[in-house]
Design a protein around this ligand. Sequence first.
Ligand code: AMP
Ligand code: ZN
Length: 469
Amino acid sequence: MKIYNTLTKKKEEFVPLEKGKVKMYVCGPTVYNLIHIGNARPMIVFDTIRRYMEYKGLEVNYVSNFTDVDDKIIKAAKEEGIDASTISERYILECKKDMASLNIKEATVHPKATEEIDSMLAIIQDLMDKDYAYKAQDGTVYFRVKKFQDYGKLSHKKLDDLEAGHREMKVTGDDKEDSFDFVLWKPKKEGEPFWHSPWCDGRPGWHIECSAMSRKYLGEEIDIHAGGEDLIFPHHENEIAQSEGANGKTFAKYWMHNGFLNIDNKKMSKSLGNFFTVRDVNQKYDPQVLRFFMLSAHYRSPLNFSEDLMEAAKNGLSRIVSSVENLRYLSEITVKWEMSEDEKKLMDEVKRFRLKFEEAMDDDFNTADAVSVIFELVKFINIHTSKENSRQYIDELVNEMEELTQILGIITKREKELLDQDIEDLINERQVARKEKNFQRADEIREELSKKGILLEDTREGVKWKRID
Ligand code: AMP
Ligand code: ZN
């Protein structure tokens, strides 16, 4: 399995630190709004990479954070006149619903920044002890960038070159030693959330949370660190400086970055206002179409979002699903049981599709080629199946299609629709569980319904629900 490593700018053979195990950290969203489909791209591609690794027999410890303390969250809270934590809790829940709709597996751990302040304080303290960090007069703690020799190794930037562009950047009144130094901890401001620290009451800078959570849940050295390519500089560069400065060890062996999702060839982003939320798109398409659309391109290539491409993805997906449905139908009506010699020969050909699929995925997770192999297999199935075939042959083809599509996180089984009555029954069960203070069961029910696209809302008049896809 080869992975393109941003650090070395090369495709490298993947060799895990510990045989059979993968420690993987993916930078997650800042939760102040519904996620847009650009945010969904890293979620979908790295989930697919995780699935492929698991298919290959690797045990993946997958950690992905929620940034739930940040200027944008505080601003959104002020606008609504509520607590920052109310905003972040709300959007974490909404984000989890969107992820479930896109069939993104839950991370092994989904830490939240506000619950990990202690580990952040610990790593900042280590940096202070090693002289990588210093406290300025107003209590702000900065990372001393020039002390970290390897600074720039990920983004392939040289401090000297940056220096030229940076010269004008020093803000007057700023008491940091050098304009490159970045914030690890900053003093509280009126009306903002804060925590106590040895330096001042305040809150963490953005970069430190990932170094801290990664160390806590995965250890000082990890296999893969991933995120969108906009994070290479400064976020990931700063994470390397923090983690390697504090731990004295190589932080991550492989750095993976997805390309942007664009619209009219411009990056889709909240600040530019040119975005669609996952929720918007789910109104119009089955969420699987969005997932399939994302996987139709290589994860490192830019991908332009358009109606035409979504329609093409919808049709492509429908060809795959229909082919499997047709096989299932044949399996029910066919009268022969055992595979004939001719069918065995055909199955040998089918094995070649599997090899081709793996070849594509082994080459830096080329899902675009992997999807083409699935289409080739669909074509093969359409030519080489009829009700004259044996059940064994048909069922093997079903298995083959299911295994390959599951690696991509595409579901070919049309699930039985939840009827309104089933939903009402589950809601009643949840109410009873809550009365009995069995909150675990109550949460399970909410989660189960959310996975099926049912949104619950607790209102004064009781529980209301609606379908979100
Ligand atoms: P943010 O909430 O902005 O920190 O973004 C969360 C994740 O989404 C990061 O990994 C970003 O790199 C990624 N991301 C944001 N916008 C896009 C986009 N238009 N295309 C691909 N990835 C994106
Ligand atoms: Zn991060």
